[in-house]
Write a protein that binds this ligand. Structure first.
Ligand code: MG
Length: 229
């Protein structure tokens, strides 16, 4: 485990009213998404098109790269059409692999016990959100659940947080945002969100990688221990 260069978080909970949480990689194990796009889809795509796994991987990687950082990346209907596959159905087939990260329910309980407003803010498509919430049963923890689709921009795009705050009021000076994507924290910082937390272990199958710029945690337990509540 690489612990060097970690910027330790300092959260003063009395200064926080709203907690904005990402879904994939932050609350849920990103291994599901990595496996789905990097192994399961190439396998099915290769079979359907009668090509090798290697060719399928190459073709798909090029297609993925084209829409990285844009809402199309998470749009199930876009991919179903692009690849001529039922992406929603394929996700359903392996939904048993969807898992919650350690200490997440405890952290959500902790936030609720302090009466914080908890908002799930995800780039995930509404259909993906539905499958994941059905499997993880986390829905009731949140005051609001927002798909970026509804805002019309991905979270890392300029203007996202302004638009979000117009629709769902929150005070950026009293808000914590946790995400496993540096670019999303960067856009949050630009907008002026006070407390930014990077998730260093987005997948149970990947090593810990801290952010060079933002305070990082491996598990949410770190925001519950030794912090003034
Ligand atoms: Mg994420």
């Amino acid at each position: 485990m690489i612990l060097k260069n970690k910027i330790e978080p300092e959260v003063n909970w009395q200064d926080i009213d709203t907690v904005l949480l990402d879904m994939d990689g932050t609350l849920l194990d990103k291994h599901f998404d990595d496996y789905f796009w990097e192994e399961y889809v190439p396998e099915v795509y290769a079979k359907q098109n009668k090509i090798s796994i290697f060719t399928a991987e190459e073709e798909l990687l090029a297609k993925y790269k084209e829409v990285e950082g844009h809402l199309q990346w998470t749009d199930l209907d876009f991919w179903s059409e692009q690849l001529d596959l039922d992406i929603e159905e394929l996700k359903e087939e392996i939904k048993h692999m969807i898992n919650v990260h350690p200490y997440v329910p405890e952290f959500l309980d902790y936030c609720r016990s302090m009466d914080k407003k908890i908002m799930l803010v995800t780039n995930a498509h509404p259909k993906t959100l539905k499958i994941k919430m059905a499997k993880t049963k986390l829905t009731d923890y949140f005051d609001e659940i927002i798909c970026a689709d509804e805002i019309g921009l991905a979270k890392e795009q300029d203007g996202f947080w302004e638009k979000l705050s117009e629709k769902y009021s929150f005070d950026k000076n009293r808000t914590l945002l946790a995400d496993d994507n540096d670019a999303v924290l960067e856009s949050g910082a630009k907008y002026g969100i006070k407390c930014l937390i990077f998730i260093s272990k987005s997948s149970s199958m990947q090593p810990v990688v801290h952010s060079p710029k933002f305070p990082s945690i491996i598990f949410f337990k770190e925001l519950m221990d030794g912090c003034s509540a």
